[in-house]
Design a protein around this ligand. Structure first.
Ligand SMILES: Cc1ncc(COP(=O)(O)O)c(C=O)c1O
Length: 390
């Protein structure tokens, strides 16, 4: 039969992360692949959603977001990120940061323009670049500390560069970009007139004294940055699909147009509840971090004891590991072995790189899970270790 798929759709594969979740369900395993919490979201946010539904907020909200939510986003961006914005003109509420990212890129990138992407990258950025017909230019983050080479980055900026995608704290590496690194990137953006598109959805999940810095807060960058965020990770609400893009008014007009014709808007009652989330008591964030730090330490120990080489994350909720010494043909073979034989689903490292070979010895684990879930995973990893020692 004739293939009716577009060239565009054929240039990328199905999400490996979501595929691993399906394989995990088949083997009734522990899902340490897809980064979503298996513990409840805060009660007061859920109650706010119930109240919004009971108040009959059932119809389309304003396409670029409920005013109450946009005001809550602006208030929080001022206190946490140190940048004052106009909620009327500089925010577009979207269906998660996934839609905020693709709407933003479609709004600014012309066919053939280059977008700089650090790799390993969150797997959506590759297809995002293809969908907006951009040419991705990859810059390696070098292990073990995931630094970039300043000279390599400097050479990547040319007059074809339209944007650079930053993700801090970073998925999958757990890297938190330092002020010096962000300043280096900002200087290049200012020199070449390049837009920084920064995905900051893990901004509260930080360890070992790491500090989150928004590139929009650096001198001169407010008007050259699109900051992407959502309620998914900070408030454990990945299924609600509420996110946003913060951008200068000159870019927001285009982002709103693309967003409007892609999705019209995010769920209205959940936008109201998202406003309540953003105004939650500030002590919530300390409790959140404490919980994640315990989970990180627990899983790191279990992986270490099972023989994995781990890269200790300073932010986000993933642990990147190296499994080259286990002697498998590649990362996919290893990930399938681990889920099919021992019931632990992970993500093969190659899905975070432009060329599979670069991730062929890496495996990513995630840990936004209940203690019991991580304990189950630890038992399965222990079985994996015993099996290897046989
Ligand atoms: C870096 C990063 N950005 C975006 C997303 C998706 O976020 P959302 O649920 O807001 O679409 C994820 C999810 O894992 C992520 O890790």
């Amino acid at each position: 039969m004739k293939n009716h798929s577009s060239h565009r759709a054929m240039k990328f594969t199905e999400s490996v992360i979501r595929e691993m979740t399906r394989i995990c369900l088949k083997h009734q395993g522990v899902n340490l692949a897809q980064g979503f919490p298996d513990f409840p979201a805060p009660l007061e946010i859920k109650e706010a959603a119930l109240r919004a539904i009971q108040a009959d907020l059932n119809q389309y909200a304003i396409t670029w977001g409920e005013p109450n939510l946009r005001h809550a986003i602006a208030e929080k961006f001022a206190w946490y990120n140190g940048v004052t914005i106009d909620p009327e003109a500089e925010i577009t509420v979207c269906c998660g940061s996934t839609e905020a990212m693709i709407s933003s890129l479609m709004a600014i990138v012309n066919s053939g323009e280059e977008v700089i992407v650090f790799e390993p990258f969150y797997e959506n950025y590759g297809p995002d670049a293809i969908l907006c017909d951009a040419k991705p230019r990859f810059i390696t983050l070098h292990e073990p500390d995931w630094h970039f080479d300043e000279q390599e980055l400097t050479q990547a900026f040319t007059n074809k560069t339209k944007a650079i995608i930053i993700n801090t704290p970073n998925n999958p590496t757990g890297k938190v970009f330092s002020r010096e690194e962000l300043q280096f990137i900002a200087d290049l953006c200012l020199k070449w007139g390049v837009i920084a598109v920064t995905d900051e959805i893990y901004e509260h999940i930080l360890y070992d004294g790491a500090k989150h810095i928004s590139i929009a807060s650096l001198p001169g960058m407010r008007d050259q940055t699109i900051t992407i965020n959502s309620i998914s990770k900070t408030y454990s609400l990945t299924g609600w699909r509420v996110g946003w893009a913060i951008a200068p008014a000159s870019l927001t007009g285009s982002i709103r147009k693309v967003h409007d014709f892609l999705t019209v808007g995010a769920p209205h009652p959940l936008q109201e509840a998202a406003a309540a989330a953003l105004r939650i008591e500030r002590s919530y964030y300390q409790t959140l971090v404490k919980g994640y730090e315990e989970r990180r330490n627990f899983l790191s120990r279990a992986l270490d004891e099972a023989g994995f080489r781990i890269y200790r994350p300073h932010g986000a909720y993933y642990i990147m590991t190296d499994v080259g010494h286990f002697g498998f043909s590649d990362d996919v073979a290893f990930a399938l072995h681990l889920v099919e034989k021992f019931g632990v689903a992970t993500v093969p490292g190659s899905s975070f790189y432009s060329r599979s070979s670069l991730g062929a010895t890496k495996i990513r684990f995630c840990f936004p899970k209940k203690k019991e879930t991580l304990e189950q995973a630890a038992e399965k990893l222990e079985r994996f270790k015993r099996d290897r020692e046989k």
